[in-house]
Design a protein around this ligand. Structure first.
Ligand code: COA
Length: 142
């Protein structure tokens, strides 16, 4: 498996949108707007690949000079629970640290909190609803 950054608008980015739609949006009856995707132009886009197939993805959005937000973490349905999420999470942390960020935060789905706790992320604050799903803010120092 290869972990790498990909370019906005590339063939790999189209694969990323398809994966995110399948895993994160369609189950909620939602899609992405063009405006939403255009905003990702300056994000750090990350994919895990086997040959040319994207197995998993996530992205990092700058919040301010010290903080970056992890978003859109998704592993193909039939490949979950095999360590791919852990690999892409470690890669994303390394990229964030290398770019000089000091804090990594996210809006974690409640169903995934246990996954992020494995990486020492801590819940902060109260539950809220986003894309129809209960979430909590989680964060850690890098
Ligand atoms: C959540 C997700 C990214 C985890 O990736 P994964 O490849 O399935 O996870 P891994 O196999 O790398 O698991 C790493 C560890 O986390 C644990 N883990 C994985 N998913 C978990 C979950 N949802 N809750 C609690 N623990 C979890 C695993 O048991 C494993 O523990 P171990 O190291 O003690 O064996 C993936 O399952 C997924 O895409 N889920 C659907 C979309 C989603 O919820 N995305 C997150 C939005 S915030």
């Amino acid at each position: 498996m290869a972990l790498k950054q990909i370019d906005h608008g590339s063939k790999e980015y189209q694969q990323m949108i398809a994966l995110r739609l399948e895993i994160l949006r369609k189950p909620q009856g939602l899609t992405f707007t063009d405006e939403e995707l255009a905003k990702e132009k300056d994000d750090i886009l990350i994919g895990a690949f086997e040959d040319d197939t994207m197995l998993a993805c996530c992205l990092l959005t700058k919040v301010d000079n010290s903080t970056v937000k992890l978003r859109q973490m998704a592993v193909q349905n039939n490949l979950q629970g095999k360590g791919i999420g852990a690999s892409i999470m470690s890669f994303a942390e390394t990229v964030a640290r290398d770019k000089g960020f000091k804090k990594l935060m996210m809006h974690a789905r409640d169903s995934a909190i246990g996954f992020y706790e494995k990486f020492d992320f801590k819940v902060k604050g109260d539950e809220f609803i986003e894309v129809n799903v209960p979430h909590h803010v989680m964060e850690k120092r890098l």
